[in-house]
Every structure is written in structure tokens, then in C-alpha cells.
Design a protein around this ligand. Structure first.
Ligand SMILES: Cc1ncc(COP(=O)(O)O)c(C=O)c1O
Length: 343
């Protein structure tokens, strides 16, 4: 049985949330002498710690109440706070399916939590037989599932099989979901009290510089996130930019369409190159490409001032290539094409 109180670290349950005078007075028409701010300037006031306007707009688009939304300083903060809420350092464990996004491991290390890594199958899906034995470990508190997965690019199937068998928290990282045909788990947060869905403004919304990530979950879990976050974790500048972007949904749809069309063109153009051995199917804005010799190709591209991600150490002879603009993709392909002076 899922029991949230049992999963949360005792010190977090007992924690008294930081509160400011503005949590008590909600109006905007007063003289504010409560937070030792400077009375002069445009950015002199602390931002809304609950980011209510942003949550309201996001809630409208996602069809989710504000109380089920947490805004983080990038989704990297959302990942880190999950460890801090649920995993006792030096005692509790988390699990993920590799290869996957590197921050689950880095955050585990920072929080002194053991991260169990279960390899994905050859077609980059969950190996349920290899996972099963871990699910009953009462120190296992968190499972990270990245779908579409980074760096493999594919949707992960049958996530519900894990949700139904595990009584801890399942963290579904949907950073790339806007590029995928798969349905988000957002609609399932009322059905499953043990899931956290993480999304971000850094990919399809084009706001990586602003650092705005989101978590969607039960009110009880979102309350815990609010309890442990630094009070002003998302600056006013970042909140404003995210809100502006949300109000321009036509731009969002158009850009997404362009990136998806470029992805198909890039796959086609790369497939005709002699050094390319395999291109894995992608549900994201990047593709995983197997070449003859990834280290060599990576260096060739660096010399041409085209920077890709060498994933040779996690998937043999593979580069992860982000889908760029038409011109950027053209330069990439030309740098690898012998008939144009490339490799
Ligand atoms: C799967 C995945 N999750 C989360 C992140 C972090 O995103 P953010 O910019 O929101 O911190 C990334 C960044 O590349 C990612 O690939």
C-alpha cells in the first residue's frame, strides 16, 4: 500500500516551512517595509514565492489546478528536491534505467543516496524481469523514468506496470514530451497518488536560459515540494518570461512543427552518409546516431565547430545530435559528407 507519510523523510515531515509577511498579507496596495528590500528600482521587490500567475496560466493550458503544480529553477531542481524529500542520505535508495539523463546520478551523489541502475533492453525499454526484485526493497523510495528517454530518444512503454507494482514514488521525466506522440501522464495524477511528472520550459518552449521547470503531482506531494524549496527559487524575470511564452502558444506550435520536420529531414540526410551505421527512432528533439567511430567523428565535428554529444561511453559509437535550425543541420551534414569535404 502506498503511504506518503511513511515515504517522506522524518525531518521534512517535521519541517516548519519558511514564511514571510507576504504570506500573511496578500494585497498589492500597501507600503511594504517587511522584507528589507530597497524602495527604489524595478526589480527591487522579491518575486511571488508561489508563482501564482504562472501556475494559473499553465493550469489553463494543461487543465490542472494550480495546487497540483510546482515551479522549479529548471527541472534539475525538481529532480534534486525529490531526493531531498524522500531519501534519507546514506540509507535510502533510488533506481533508474540506463542509459538515461545524467542528473539522476549526480543528484543522488550530492544527496548521498545510492542509485540502482538497471540497464534498458537492446531496444531501450524497461527490463521488467531485471527490475522486479528491487521493487520490494523498503529502502527504495524513488524510481526515475525518463520518457522520451535521453539519450536514446524513444518513449518508454508500459510505465504503468511499474507504477502499479511499486509503493514508492515514480518520477516520470517528460522533458521531451512535447516532441512525442505518446500521451503525457499528466492526466493520471489523480489516478496515481505516487507519481510526479516533471516537464520543462527548456526544450519545446525554448526557454533554457530562463531556468523554469515544473512538477505535477498530488496536492500532498506538491505541498512537500513547496515546503523544502528555497522561498524565492524562481526569479521575477524568469516567471515573467515563462508567462509571456505561455501566452504565445501559436509560436510554440509553429516552432515545434519546424523542429519535427527538421528532425525527419536530418534523419534522411544523415542516413545517406557512409559513416552512419544506424539512426535510432526518435520521439524527441535529438537523435542518437551510431557511426563507425564516435570519438573520431566527434573530433572531426569539433574541428568544423559543430558540437554534438559524444555518448560513446554509454551507447557504443553513438553521438547524440540535437535537431537544430535548417542551416545548422545543413552544416552538420556537410561536415560529415566526403563529397563536400567532410569525413
Ligand atoms: C531528461 C531531462 N530532464 C531534465 C533536464 C533538465 O532540464 P531543465 O533545463 O529544466 O533543468 C534535461 C536537460 O537536458 C533532460 O534531458
Amino acid at each position: 500500500m502506498f503511504n506518503l507519510e511513511k515515504l517522506v523523510r522524518k525531518n521534512i515531515l517535521a519541517l516548519q516551512q519558511y514564511s514571510s509577511a507576504r504570506d500573511e498579507y496578500k494585497g498589492k496596495d500597501a507600503i511594504f517595509l517587511d522584507a528589507n528590500e530597497n524602495p527604489f528600482g524595478e526589480l527591487n521587490r522579491y518575486p511571488d514565492p508561489k508563482q501564482l500567475e504562472l501556475k494559473k496560466q499553465l493550469g489553463k493550458i494543461k487543465n490542472i489546478p494550480a495546487e497540483n503544480i510546482f515551479i522549479g529553477n529548471g527541472s534539475d531542481e525538481v529532480i534534486d528536491l525529490a531526493y531531498r524529500i524522500f531519501c534519507e542520505p546514506g540509507k535510502d535508495k533510488a533506481l533508474t534505467f540506463t542509459p538515461t539523463y545524467g542528473m539522476y546520478d549526480v543528484s543522488a551523489g550530492i544527496n548521498d543516496v545510492e542509485l540502482i541502475k538497471v540497464p534498458l533492453t537492446d531496444d531501450f525499454q524497461i527490463n521488467f524481469a531485471a527490475t522486479e526484485s528491487y521493487l520490494q526493497d523498503e529502502n527504495l523510495k524513488l524510481i526515475f523514468i525518463c520518457s522520451p528517454n535521453n539519450p536514446t530518444g524513444n518513449n518508454i512503454d508500459n510505465i504503468e506496470k511499474i507504477i502499479e507494482k511499486f509503493n514508492g514514488i515514480i518520477f516520470i521525466d517528460e522533458a521531451y514530451i512535447d516532441f512525442s506522440n505518446a500521451e503525457s501522464f499528466l492526466k493520471k495524477i489523480s489516478q496515481y497518488p505516487n507519481i510526479i511528472i516533471s516537464q520543462t520550459f527548456s526544450k519545446a518552449w525554448g526557454l533554457a536560459a530562463a531556468r523554469v521547470g515544473t512538477a505535477y503531482s498530488s496536492k500532498a506531494i506538491i505541498d512537500l515540494y513547496n515546503k523544502v524549496k528555497p522561498p524565492y527559487n524562481v526569479s521575477k524575470l524568469n516567471q515573467d518570461e515563462a508567462l509571456k511564452t505561455l501566452l504565445a502558444t501559436d509560436d510554440f506550435e509553429n516552432i515545434k512543427k519546424i523542429i519535427l520536420a527538421e528532425r525527419e529531414k536530418l534523419i534522411k540526410n544523415l542516413s545517406s552518409l557512409p559513416i552512419v551505421k544506424k539512426i535510432y527512432p526518435s520521439d524527441a528533439n535529438f537523435i542518437l546516431v551510431e557511426v563507425d567511430d564516435a570519438n573520431k567523428t566527434y573530433e572531426t565535428l569539433v574541428e568544423a565547430k559543430v558540437i554534438t554529444r559524444n555518448r560513446n561511453n554509454v551507447v557504443r559509437n553513438c553521438l547524440r545530435i540535437t535537431v537544430g535550425s535548417e542551416e545548422e543541420n545543413g552544416r552538420l551534414v556537410a561536415s560529415l559528407n566526403p563529397s563536400e569535404g567532410g569525413t
